[in-house]
Design a protein around this ligand. Structure first.
Ligand SMILES: Nc1ncnc2c1ncn2[C@@H]1O[C@H](COP(=O)(O)OP(=O)(O)OP(=O)(O)O)[C@@H](O)[C@H]1O
Ligand SMILES: [Mg+2]
Length: 588
C-alpha cells in the first residue's frame, strides 16, 4: 500500500498493516512487561513471610515443592528468581526493540520512497522555485520526527498502557480503596499534561523550519561556491549561513528547554502525587489491615507506573511534534506534478525520425506575462531548421516546450501527427534530445557523464567521442574515461562540456535533436569539424538548431525568426532569408 499524504491516521494504518510483526512484537513486549510487573510481588514474601513471620503461603509452597532451607536460603532463592526474571525481561525487551525499530524504519523508508516518487515527477515550474535544502531537511529531519513518533506509539504506548493496566489490577487486589484513589488521581495528571503539549507542537515546527532555512541557505552557498569566490563574497554568504545557524540555535533552545520544562513539570505533578500515595499507603498500614510487605509492594508498583505514565505523558508531545512534521512533509506533496496522460499511440515507435507541427501555440511562465504567442511551425521529418532571434526572444523557451519540459497554455503540438495531449512528457523526452547551452555534468567519471548509467559497447562510446571531437580531450585526461570531472564538470572547459553533452546525445540516438546554442563555446574551426562529423549521424533525423552565429546554422534548410515571442519569419527557406544578410550581420 502506498501512502501519499502524511497523516497520523495514515501512519497508524501503516503500523496496523504490518499485523504480523506488530502482534509478535507485542507478545514479546507483554511478556517482558509481565515479568517486570511480577517482581514486586516477591517483596511481601520477603518482608511479611520471612521478616515479620506472618502466614507462610509462598514459602510453605516452596518448601513443599522445591526445597526447604533457612531464611538466608529463601532470601537468596528469591533474589535469584528476581534477577533471573529481570535478565529475561531485559533480553525480551531488546528483542521487542529490534522488532519495533524494524517496523518504524520500514514505514519511514516507505514514506521517503513515496516522497522521492512524488519529487521525481514534480513539474519544472515547481522545481525552479524549490529550495533544495528545504526539501532535503523535510526528507531527513521531519521523517526522523515521524520515526520517533512511530517508535513511541508501537513500542512504548501499548506496553505502557498494559503496564498500567496490570499494575492497576494488582493494586486493586492488594488494597482496593487505595488503588481506586491512585487510579483516579493518575489520569488527572495526564489530562493536565495534554494542555501543556499543545504549545510543544508549534515549537517543534519552528525548530524544524529553522533547520530547513539553515540547510537551504548552506546548500545554496555551497552550490554556488565558485561564483561566490569569484565575486569575493565568501564572508557575506557564510555569514548568512551563520546567522541561520544562530536562529536555529535559538529555536532549538526554545524547543528543547520548553518541551523539557513541560515534561519535567508534568513529572513533578506526578511525583507530588506519588508522595501523596506513599503517605496514604502508610496511613493505610496504620489504620487498616494493609501489611508492611504489601505497602512496600505498593511503593514498587507506584515506581513501576512512573515509566509508563511518563511515556503516556510524552506521547502527547511526540504526537504534537509528529503532526507538525506531517504538515511540513505534506508541503512536498502539494508541489504540482507533470500531468499523467493516456497514451494510445506512440508516434516515435519504430521510426527513424518524425515531423513536428506546432499550431497556435501560446505559453507563459507566469499568468500575466506571455512569452510565446501564436507560434506556428511545420518541421518536416528529417529536415534541418534553425531558430534565430535576439536574446530573450523565447528560443530556449520554445525548445523547452518542444521537448515537453512545460505544459503549454493553448494550441497544440503534433509529433508524427499525434497531439501532445495524448503523449506523455517522458515519451517526448525519450525521443527528442535537447542539448543545453550550459550542460551540467555529474561529479562522476567522464564515462558516467557520457553514458548516464546506460550500457554501451566500447565501440559505441569511442564512436561518439570521435564524432563529438573529444578524442584529444579524453587522451589528455589522467585516467581517460575514468577521470572524475568535478562538480558540474568544473575540471573541463565550457566547450569541452558542450562536446560531452553532444557525445551523450549521440549515444542516446534520439529521433529529433535540438541544439540550443550547444556549440557556442567552440571555436569556429572545431565547430565546423564537429558538424561535418555529425552530418551522417544527423542525416535522417529532424534537427532544430538555435544559434546566434551564422556559421552554426549554415546547414539549415529553413529558418524561423523569433522576435519578442512571436514568429516573424516562419519557415523561410534559408536561401531567401540569407539574401537579406542584415539580420545575420548583427549576429555574427
Ligand atoms: N524559467 C523561467 N521562468 C520565468 N521566466 C523565464 C524562465 N525562463 C525564461 N524566462 C523568460 O522568458 C523570456 C524568454 O527567455 P528565453 O530563455 O526563452 O530566451 P532566449 O531567446 O533563449 O534568449 P537567449 O538568446 O539569451 O538564450 C525571457 O524574458 C525570460 O526572462
Ligand atoms: Mg536561450
Amino acid at each position: 500500500m502506498s501512502q501519499t499524504h502524511c497523516t497520523i491516521k495514515g501512519i497508524i494504518q501503516q503500523i496496523l498493516a504490518r499485523k504480523k510483526e506488530v502482534i509478535w512484537g507485542n507478545i514479546v513486549a507483554i511478556t517482558a512487561t509481565l515479568l517486570v510487573v511480577l517482581t514486586p510481588l516477591f517483596i511481601p514474601i520477603l518482608v511479611d513471610e520471612l521478616l515479620l513471620g506472618k502466614e507462610h503461603n509462598f514459602i510453605a509452597w516452596i518448601s513443599k515443592n522445591i526445597l526447604t532451607t533457612d531464611t538466608k536460603g529463601y532470601v537468596f532463592l528469591v533474589l535469584g528468581i528476581i534477577i533471573f526474571l529481570r535478565i529475561l525481561s531485559t533480553f525480551l525487551s531488546i528483542l521487542q526493540t529490534k522488532i519495533f525499530v524494524s517496523i518504524s524504519k520500514n514505514i519511514t523508508y516507505h514514506m521517503r520512497t513515496s516522497l522521492l516518487n512524488h519529487l521525481k515527477r514534480v513539474s519544472l515550474k515547481e522545481y525552479e522555485m524549490m529550495h533544495v535544502g528545504a526539501v532535503t531537511s523535510k526528507l531527513v529531519t521531519d521523517i526522523e520526527t515521524i520515526d520517533g513518533f512511530i517508535s513511541s506509539t508501537i513500542s512504548k504506548f501499548i506496553v505502557s498502557i498494559l503496564l498500567l493496566f496490570f499494575s492497576a489490577i494488582i493494586l486493586l487486589s492488594i488494597h482496593w480503596p487505595l488503588a481506586i484513589f491512585i487510579l483516579i488521581t493518575n489520569p488527572i495528571v495526564v489530562l493536565f499534561t495534554v494542555k501543556l503539549s499543545r504549545n510543544i507542537g508549534t515549537l517543534k515546527k519552528e525548530e524544524n523550519k529553522a533547520v530547513e532555512v539553515f540547510q537551504s541557505t548552506l546548500t545554496e552557498t555551497l552550490e554556488l561556491f565558485y561564483q561566490i569566490r569569484a565575486a569575493n563574497k565568501e564572508n557575506y554568504f557564510f555569514k548568512q549561513s551563520q546567522m541561520k545557524a544562530e536562529a536555529l540555535k535559538e529555536y532549538a533552545i526554545n524547543y528543547d528547554y520548553k518541551s523539557e520544562a513541560a515534561m519535567k513539570f508534568s513529572y513533578l505533578i506526578f511525583l507530588a502525587g506519588y508522595e501523596v500515595f506513599r503517605a496514604v499507603s502508610i496511613l493505610a498500614v496504620a489504620y487498616s489491615d494493609l501489611s508492611v510487605g504489601l505497602m512496600l509492594a505498593i511503593f514498587s508498583y507506584l515506581w513501576v507506573m512512573v515509566g509508563p505514565t511518563q511515556d503516556i505523558i510524552n506521547f502527547q508531545y511526540v504526537l504534537a511534534t509528529a503532526k507538525a512534521a506531517c504538515t511540513r512533509i505534506n508541503s512536498i506533496y502539494l508541489m504540482k506534478q507533470e500531468p499523467l496522460k493516456d497514451e494510445p499511440i506512440n508516434p516515435f515507435k519504430e521510426k527513424e525520425s518524425i515531423d513536428i507541427e506546432v499550431k497556435n501555440l501560446y505559453f507563459s511562465y507566469k499568468k500575466d506575462k506571455s512569452i510565446l504567442e501564436n507560434i506556428n511551425m511545420h518541421i518536416k521529418q528529417g529536415s534541418k531548421v534553425a531558430i534565430v532571434g535576439a536574446s530573450g526572444s523565447g528560443k530556449t523557451t520554445l525548445a523547452n516546450i518542444l521537448v515537453g519540459f512545460y505544459p503549454i497554455d493553448s494550441g497544440e503540438i503534433y509529433y508524427g501527427g499525434i497531439s501532445n495531449q495524448f503523449l506523455k512528457f517522458s515519451t517526448i523526452r525519450e525521443n527528442i534530445h535537447l542539448i543545453l547551452q550550459q550542460p551540467k555534468l555529474f561529479n562522476d567519471t567522464m564515462r558516467f557523464n557520457l553514458t548516464l548509467g546506460n550500457t554501451y559497447s566500447d565501440k559505441e562510446i569511442r564512436n561518439a567521442i570521435h564524432i563529438a571531437q573529444l578524442d584529444d580531450v579524453i587522451k589528455s585526461l589522467d585516467n581517460g574515461l575514468d577521470t572524475l570531472v568535478g562538480k558540474d564538470g568544473i575540471k573541463l572547459s565550457g566547450g569541452q562540456r558542450q562536446r560531452v553533452a553532444i557525445a551523450r546525445m549521440i549515444l542516446s540516438d534520439p529521433e529529433v535533436v535540438i541544439f540550443d546554442e550547444s556549440t557556442s563555446a567552440l571555436d569556429i574551426h572545431t565547430e565546423i569539424n564537429l558538424f561535418e562529423a555529425l552530418q551522417e549521424f544527423l542525416s535522417s533525423k529532424t534537427v532544430i538548431t538555435i544559434a546566434h552565429r551564422l556559421s552554426t546554422i549554415q546547414s539549415a534548410e529553413y529558418i524561423y525568426v523569433l522576435e519578442d515571442g512571436k514568429m516573424v519569419d516562419s519557415g523561410t527557406p534559408k536561401v531567401l532569408l540569407s539574401k537579406d544578410e542584415s539580420y545575420f550581420s548583427s549576429m555574427v
